[in-house]
Design a protein around this ligand. Structure first.
Ligand code: PMP
Length: 434
């Protein structure tokens, strides 16, 4: 059978049978059939270096993770109503990476479910679901998580901000509302204004949610001191803080295992998703004892798949692999190298306006002299990099930020390859004229 025909048939069948709001990457979509660590292989045998997938945390089709899943699947898979050590082992292993205050876990199946549960916990604790969140933030695809995701309700097809959601300006120090001096304080003050507004409406503050690096917003690093100040303000108002670690957690930040640790704060609730199952759907909510106890008000929390022995076996192996292969250290080493090489490129290519991020969670932004976004060039760059066998993705409200968030098995050689081809594309005519 002709492989081009097979790809075309799949494309046609998708169009015919799947919802139109599902999108495909690339003008000419890829037909990927195999993963191998930080590489993906298409139906034609072409090999691509993957700088996009922060789900395949310990490498696509990681041998030990696959084996752990296969073995447990052959033995038993049930819900969590029987005693099984996989779930308690996973709870203990995760808690070991978290501050003491965070001592209770609930397991779910996706980042959206984790944030959904976190919001329920807030409601159970504060009797309020007035939620404060960042502009351009994304926290999931369910009703409530869409309702707190400005990335969605302010974007295409969105219906605007719901009444009980309160949005502060994205704390972007490069192209945001405030730049320059005292920036953390200025952005934190915006959060205080929202707290005051909620109080003026004679309502209580429920909680605050943010990612330690705002991913969909364009890899926006929070200014140092911002989170600490905001957490205190929320606490003073009687609200709870969620750290959405769905993208950045489990060692990706390099310097710290969790993103909130980078900002020296302790959230009331931490949501964990993507990397935990290395592609298998498992996610988790960690919270304080106090939060968990208020949530357990008599109503059972049942989740058919959450915390099943197979998912837990997989997650346990993911955590082991991170340790065994020193992947957090690797994220730091390779990430810092890549970031500094990208910073070097800014000297030669002025359209790279800003390079940012931590560990293997980086971004760079393409702008003209007036800091206006160059989304067409960003799209061009991504398609040219694909031609050279490197998968990259873009995001941000103006689609002009290239995100780099590969499997943590990414090597220095891989980073060099990315820089080599980036230079090649930046030297092309289309990229030169502003
Ligand atoms: N939070 C963040 C920060 C995310 O990036 C995502 C997914 N992109 C989610 C939550 C939702 O996770 P999921 O798609 O697993 O439901």
């Amino acid at each position: 059978e002709n492989l081009i025909d097979v790809s075309q048939t799949i494309l046609n069948e998708r169009k015919q049978h799947l919802g139109k709001s599902l999108s495909l990457q690339y003008q000419q979509p890829l037909h990927i059939v195999k993963g191998a660590n930080q590489h993906l292989i298409d139906a034609f045998g072409n090999k691509f270096l993957d700088t996009v997938n922060n789900v395949a945390h310990v490498g696509h089709e990681n041998f030990n993770v696959v084996k752990a899943g296969q073995q447990q699947m052959a033995l038993l898979n049930t819900n969590s109503r029987y005693l099984h050590k996989n779930i308690t082992t996973l709870a203990k292993e995760l808690l070991e990476t978290l501050p003491e205050e965070l001592s209770v876990l609930h397991f779910v199946n996706s980042g959206s479910e984790a944030n959904e549960l976190a919001i329920r916990m807030i409601k159970a604790n504060t009797n309020s679901d007035e939620i404060i969140a960042s502009e351009h933030g994304y926290h999931g695809n369910t009703n409530k998580t869409i309702a707190i995701s400005s990335y969605k309700f302010d974007g295409k097809g969105g219906k605007g901000k719901p009444q009980n959601t309160h949005i502060f300006p994205i704390p972007d120090t490069f192209r945001g509302k405030y730049r320059g001096e005292d920036i953390a304080k200025k952005y934190a003050k915006e959060v205080q204004l929202l707290i005051d507004k909620i109080h003026k409406q004679h309502k209580k503050v429920g909680g605050f949610i943010i990612e330690p690096i705002i991913s969909c917003g364009g890899q926006i690093e929070l200014p140092q001191g911002f989170l600490k100040e905001v957490y205190q303000k929320i606490k003073n108002a009687g609200g709870l803080c969620i750290s959405d670690e769905v993208q950045v957690g489990v060692g990706r930040m390099g310097k710290t295992f969790w993103g909130f640790q980078f900002h020296d704060v302790v959230p009331d609730i931490v949501t964990i998703g993507k990397p935990l199952g290395n592609g298998h759907p498992i996610a988790a909510v960690a919270c304080t004892k106090k939060v968990a106890e208020k949530f357990a008000n008599g109503m059972e929390f049942f989740n058919t798949f959450g915390g099943n022995p197979v998912s837990c076996a997989i997650a346990n192996e993911v955590l082991k692999e991170v340790k065994r292969k020193k992947l957090q250290e690797n994220a730091l080493k390779v990430g810092e190298y890549l970031k500094s090489e990208l910073q070097n490129l800014t000297k030669k290519y002025t359209i790279i306006g800003d390079v940012r991020g931590q560990g293997l969670f980086l971004g760079f932004e393409l702008v003209n002299k007036n800091l206006n976004p160059l989304s067409e060039k960003t799209d061009y760059l991504i398609n040219r990099m694909k031609y050279y066998g490197i998968l990259m993705s873009s995001d941000g409200p103006d689609r002009n930020v290239i995100k780099i968030k590969p499997p943590l098995t990414f090597t220095l050689e891989n980073a060099k390859e990315v820089i080599f081809y980036l230079e090649k594309v930046f030297d092309e005519d289309f990229m030169k004229h502003n």
